[in-house]
Design a protein around this ligand. Structure first.
Ligand code: NAI
Length: 328
């Protein structure tokens, strides 16, 4: 029998956690041949709720689930972790300044980075979902100097998937007709969903749409502000779709992106496309042999350049702010 893969999930008792854990345990994260062991991390007050979810996981009798352990100590939770999904984060509350938000999250992602450095498996892969995801990933990475930097990623796959559906609806095609969608920059309202490089039935997304007003006034804002629209409609933030995107991100990272297509993920920049080296920014990526690589050589016109730069500028400001706070 195969050795189970250790998957650590933080914020396990939260709403994304509830939508995520059952899918991991059912085999949707790593495929139907790979048994998994769940290691759940929560704050002490939420351990009991996580135990309740663990009872339900037991009650599903998933053949691939070979164990569940629950912790309130990051050192224990990341021990032996092969995959870490960092979902738990400190949300922005009313009146909270950006500095306070970054500081509060530093208090979470610094010790988690240290724990990953100390105890995770050699092949550890980290996906940060908790917001501000790109900068939280940067903080965790800074405290895990022994882990290769490219193992820390942040999630823009939900934005990517949102963009696919918006474009498909506009064109009256299915999402499978669209390849090479790209989200650039920060997972925030400044992100840039790019349809100039997307391919739809032999042409580009932009040419197929041929409607600049729709692009600038509908598509880009709809994708970028979708999170707020979900909160407005549902009374709670995206959970099942966020969990779905996390599954997609890790699945493609480990098992590869489909031939002839790419996806979007926030990965450490090597300076490609003028994004400062070391920033964790969203790019078009392919995964081969378990590594995400930035797609090279795309032509960026002025329209796209301006929007990529604006989002990257925000990431630089967040990085400078956490540097000033001594978090990286
Ligand atoms: P939630 O509030 O329902 O759950 C968060 C959980 O994290 C809570 O159970 C809390 O006890 C736990 N937690 C807090 N600090 C922790 C720590 N230090 N260690 C372990 N657990 C801790 O929130 P929800 O809806 O599950 O969202 C989680 C995060 O994901 C939020 O930051 C949200 O903004 C973010 N998000 C990111 C998306 C993306 O596309 N990147 C999309 C949707 C949400």
């Amino acid at each position: 029998a195969q050795v189970p893969v250790n998957v650590t999930v933080t914020g396990a008792a939260g709403q994304i956690g509830y939508a995520l854990l059952f899918r991991i345990a059912s085999g949707q994260l790593l495929g139907a041949d790979t048994p998994v062991k769940l290691r759940l991390l929560e704050i002490p007050q939420a351990v009991k709720a996580a135990e309740g979810t663990a009872m339900e996981l037991d009650d599903c009798a998933f053949p691939l689930l070979s164990g569940i352990d629950i912790f309130d100590d990051p050192r224990q939770a990341f021990e032996g972790a092969n995959i870490a999904l960092l979902v738990g984060a400190r949300p922005r509350t009313k009146g909270m300044e950006r500095g306070d938000l970054l500081e509060a999250n530093g208090g979470i992602f610094k010790p988690q980075g240290q724990a990953i450095n100390a105890g995770a498996a050699d092949d550890i892969r980290v996906l940060v979902v908790g917001n501000p995801a790109n900068t939280n990933a940067l903080i965790a990475q800074a405290h895990a100097p022994d882990v290769p930097a490219e193992r820390f990623t942040a999630m823009t796959r939900l934005d990517h998937n949102r963009a696919l559906t918006q474009l498909a609806k506009k064109l009256g095609v299915t999402v499978s007709d669209i390849k090479k969608m790209t989200i650039w920059g920060n997972h925030s309202a400044t992100q840039y969903p790019d349809i100039f490089h997307a391919e739809v039935n032999g042409t580009t997304g932009a040419k197929a749409v041929d409607d600049q007003t729709w692009l600038t006034e509908e598509f880009i804002p709809t994708v970028a502000k979708r999170g707020a629209a979900i909160i407005e409609a549902r009374g709670a933030s995206s959970a099942a779709s966020a969990a779905n995107a996390a599954i997609d991100h890790v699945h493609d990272w480990v098992l590869g992106t489909p031939e002839g297509d790419w996806t979007s993920a926030a990965v450490v920049s090597d300076g490609s496309y003028g994004v400062p080296e070391g920033l964790i920014s969203s790019f078009p990526v392919v995964s081969r042999d378990g590594r995400y690589e930035i797609v090279q050589g795309l032509e960026i016109d002025d329209f796209s350049r301006e929007r990529i730069d604006a989002s990257v500028k925000e990431l630089v400001e967040e990085r400078d702010a956490v540097k000033q706070l001594g978090l990286i």
